[in-house]
Design a protein around this ligand. Sequence first.
Ligand SMILES: [Zn+2]
Length: 242
Amino acid sequence: MNDHQLNQFSRQILLDGWGIEAQQRVINSRVLIVGAGGLGHGLSQHLVRAGVSITLVDPDRVDLSNLSRQWFSADDVGRPKVEAAARLLSGLGSVDAQVLAFDDNNAGRFSDHDLWIDASDNLATRLCMHHAARRHRLPWIMGTALMWSGQCAAFAPGAPCFECVFGHIREPAQQCDTSGVLGPVVNQVATTQALWALSYLGAVAALPVGRLRRWDGPHGDVMDLSFTHREHCDCRSSAHNP
Ligand SMILES: [Zn+2]
């Protein structure tokens, strides 16, 4: 770590339990963020400023209706979201911005990353991440925000998986573009995903698998739900049979 980095990350390095070693691990890590909307925008800010190299993928462009919760400028409307997000982080760290929809065909490109984070806005992409992360034996963190509710959960090989928590679910009837969402709810989810990611990447704490954190209502009431392996789900055995 050079003097510039020591200064840039000095407040984290000072943290009890963090130090030079955790910071170096974070600097050496690469994270895939799928989605550059409200969640991905906040995540990329937290992670890159903390020293993580990220790959940010999203096929969408900034829309005027995004600006209530996604901190793009009015001048960004019409630009690819990943490019607008990367521009805000210029000079602060490594951002590989790709105008791309994550899917089964391209998931393997990102198998060399240390962690995947779901910042998408749809179940199809989330399920694709679930299956691909299991295939490549990678940990990942999901996050959603809709109306007054947000939730996030972490998954790792051998731990209860996405289907253990949610079963075989279908796309919910409500979406942000029809039912709404509030900026602070989105940011609460993104900030928690970023905290879990940094603690994991720095080897300060393991990912909190087997738990679903949920916020709900105008006061952001917090619930932590525990879950175990679902009967007949083969994710438990996948820890021993890669
Ligand atoms: Zn499972």
